[in-house]
Design a protein around this ligand. Structure first.
Ligand code: UDP
Length: 469
């Protein structure tokens, strides 16, 4: 796409950390790589405030931030729903539907930009949850591009499951994906809302609508790497009629450990190299109380050092006080006295932790940003996927890439976690078992591929971005 006269690009992420982080990183990347572009990032007021307070000013100074009004209360949601954090799972679908109400304000903003610049933006780069923005782009004659913030395989499998609901057509525990019969999905790899979906429920209504609209976009860029996700990209290109350009890894720049986190980094400084298992279930998720106990007991039995970002379990207020009864008796005291484990309540500087020499593994829910952050730092993954595309990210990473071992799956009442399995897998990955060694070797290969993708000249992601601008 070339048009030197019209060079304003508008970025529009869905309002959740896992979407906003890569969009901000993409905005910074665009400004660095194409200094002539004017880059505007649009979100709701609370999210714009959060972006301003969490990003380092020099990198943001070249990006224009614009907010458009959004009222969670008008949709029966609490104010904090605007950031999609700390709201119960059933409210997420209400938020997705509520986000459709942003269209008139977004349209007005594009109108304002058009007035200010004397011409419409060159391109609107929107989230796949905002595929409806293609209508806005068409009205103004702007190029429309969707930025997928999740991986190619996870995105395609998840979209295919929602489009065809194949589990409703069989009683079997395992079934093939209609478009890709070589891919066998197990019923336990379906999140609860997908398992319950019948095509007329609010989840199907929203997701099927946006999936179908995404085929109207002009191009797709995706936060993945051509050489790493060959299978996933082949699949995505088969289902989408437009060009698909991988531009990953698009990662936020590590800020120096922000205020209030010094104690975490100091604790890591005092640990031996590659000895610590970092544990986090992302920005929104948590596990069930019985699973928490199994994880703690498995960790203790494995005699592995760990740094665990912990939140109240499923069914409790995630922002509420953490109760010791959710963990084995005197667990935290024992870990503290022995100096072998640390719990972080709330938020941790993840990229800094993964970049630290003491970190040797990541027990992760396999959100795509976490996956990219871990692999880009050469840190092997112990997978505990919970929902959405996470389940398929874990599947491809274990089956094809060989960079992780799955230890448990899901956080529903019926989802089991077993301390014996936790102990075995953690020991294998962290204490140099045969499989652990192989995983480390593969992770290192993937780390190099990711770095090469952004090498000037031949890098595949450099090429992907230059296809767009
Ligand atoms: N994150 C963080 N500290 C935390 C939890 C999460 O910095 O305590 C960041 C993490 O580095 C990643 C993002 O939040 O960039 C989470 O995105 P991901 O796609 O992994 O999972 P999601 O939160 O969307 O499920």
């Amino acid at each position: 796409m070339e048009d030197s006269e019209r060079q304003h690009v508008v970025l529009f992420p869905f309002m959740a950390q896992g979407h906003i982080t890569p969009f901000v990183a993409l905005a910074e990347l665009l400004r660095r790589r194409r200094p002539t572009l004017i880059v505007t990032l649009v979100s709701t007021p609370l999210n714009i405030q959060k972006i301003k307070s969490s990003s380092s000013p020099p990198s943001l100074s070249s990006i224009r931030l614009r907010s458009i009004p959004f009222s969670p209360a008008a949709h029966g949601l609490p104010p904090e729903a605007e950031t999609a954090a700390a709201i119960p799972f059933h409210q997420i679908v209400t938020l997705l539907h509520a986000s459709r109400s942003l269209q008139p304000a977004f349209e007005q903003l594009i109108e304002d930009i058009t007035q200010e610049d004397g011409r419409p933006p060159l391109c609107i780069i929107a989230d796949n949850f905002f595929a409806w923005s293609v209508h806005v782009a068409r009205r103004f004659g702007a190029f429309h591009c969707i930025f997928f913030t999740s991986g190619a395989y996870g995105t395609t499998v998840y979209s295919s499951l929602w489009t065809h609901l194949p589990h409703r057509k069989t009683d079997s525990d395992e079934f093939p994906l209609p478009e890709f019969p070589d891919i066998i999905i197990h019923r336990s790899q379906l999140p609860k809302h997908l398992l319950m979906a019948d095509g007329t429920d609010p989840w199907s209504d929203f997701l099927q609508g946006q999936i179908s609209l995404s085929s109207e976009t002009d191009a797709v860029i995706i936060n993945t790497i051509e050489e790493v996700e060959k299978t996933g990209l082949r699949m995505l290109r088969k289902v989408l009629p437009c060009p698909v350009w991988p531009v990953g890894p698009v990662l936020s720049s590590p800020s120096s450990a922000s205020a209030g986190n010094d104690h975490i980094m100091k604790w890591l400084d005092s640990q031996p190299p590659a000895s610590v298992l970092y544990i986090s279930f992302g920005s929104q998720n948590t596990i069930a109380a019985p699973q928490m106990k199994e994880l703690a007991m498995g960790l203790e039995a494995s005699r592995t050092r760990f740094l665990w970002v912990i939140r109240p379990p499923v069914g409790f207020d995630v922002k509420g006080e953490f109760k010791a009864e959710w963990l084995p008796e005197k667990f935290e005291e024992r870990m503290r006295d022995e100096g072998t484990g640390a719990l972080v309540h709330g938020w941790a500087p993840q990229l800094e932790i993964l970049s630290h020499a003491s970190t040797g593994g990541f027990l992760s829910h396999c959100g795509w940003n976490s996956v990219l952050e871990s692999l880009s730092r050469g840190v092997p993954i112990v997978a505990w996927p919970l929902s959405g595309d996470q389940l398929y990210n874990a599947k491809i990473m274990e089956e094809e890439l060989g960079v992780c071992v799955e230890v448990a799956r899901g956080n529903m009442e019926s989802s089991k976690a077993d301390r014996v399995v936790v102990e075995k897998v953690v020991k294998e990955v962290m204490h140099g078992g045969q499989r652990g060694k192989e995983i480390r070797r593969r992770v290192e290969e993937v780390r190099v591929l990711m770095k090469e993708a952004w090498r000037d000249g031949p890098g595949s992601s450099v090429k992907g971005l230059s296809e767009l601008f």
